[in-house]
Design a protein around this ligand. Sequence first.
Ligand SMILES: Cc1cc2nc3c(=O)[nH]c(=O)nc-3n(C[C@H](O)[C@H](O)[C@H](O)COP(=O)(O)OP(=O)(O)OC[C@H]3O[C@@H](n4cnc5c(N)ncnc54)[C@H](O)[C@@H]3O)c2cc1C
Length: 256
Amino acid sequence: MNMGPLQNGQTAVVIGGGPGGTSCAIALRQLARQHNRDINVILFDGKATVGETHYNQCVGVLAPPIDQVLNDIGVPFPHQLVQREIQAYILHGERRQLRLTEQGEVGYAMRRVQFDAYMLQQAREHGVDIRPSRITDLEFLPDRVNVYAEGSNCVAAVVFGAFGLDPGTTTLLAQVTGYRPPRFLTSLVTKIHPPDGVLANFGNNIHAFLPRSPHIEFGAITPKGNHFTVNLAGSTVDSRDMEDFLSYPPLQRVLY
Ligand SMILES: Cc1cc2nc3c(=O)[nH]c(=O)nc-3n(C[C@H](O)[C@H](O)[C@H](O)COP(=O)(O)OP(=O)(O)OC[C@H]3O[C@@H](n4cnc5c(N)ncnc54)[C@H](O)[C@@H]3O)c2cc1C
């Protein structure tokens, strides 16, 4: 296969419409324009049509320098989506607390589903062809890649994987390429709608905890617009761990 550079009229396919896939697709279109190339960029994502109703396991805090990162690919930062500015992370240890800041820069808490919808719209405006369907198979041939999707198939010169940890796609890629799925933690996320006044007095910090448990790495609580998001990560975590974490005394002390 000709390993590049891409020629006029060739197609690049991006698998996945999360932040990785949309920013990759936008950057590809920009680079093609800078080099006066007419490259088709097709992005496949099974959840692209469901707008703001899909679920994504993410707390939705964008860390600095996110404004700069978006600016570099020609995407205005979506200030209208910000629910809260995050000033610091407070790490609660056994005996003391550490306050971690980004030297004056803030993070931004928003609804992840709204951020994904915004980035998909930006990709459309940059000329990316968004296909709302899942890729089900890939066939790597010497001169092209045949891309099979639930809705429509296509032929690509190059394929970019931005599929997160999707179990079906990681298995497919491991079968047809040298890709090996990474090791990862499992996580749980829940919301708390606290009594009146608690959120207002909580401050704009994310609190992280290291509960003593062999299978839990950390838990954290993040203030959002009208609720707290609580997340827990470890080698194995289930609803009982979350219940224990919600009544964990250091977390309760921070909350009330
Ligand atoms: C509990 C939790 C909390 C987190 N909180 C934060 C946070 O506060 N801030 C932060 O920056 N990060 C956070 N993260 C990490 C963040 O979610 C990931 O880093 C980010 O989502 C990775 O983006 P991505 O685009 O690479 O993949 P994803 O966001 O996983 O997107 C992958 C996309 O690929 C699509 N896809 C997969 N397979 C196919 C296929 N075969 N065909 C078509 N489409 C396909 C999926 O539908 C999905 O839309 C958190 C993660 C977890 C688990």
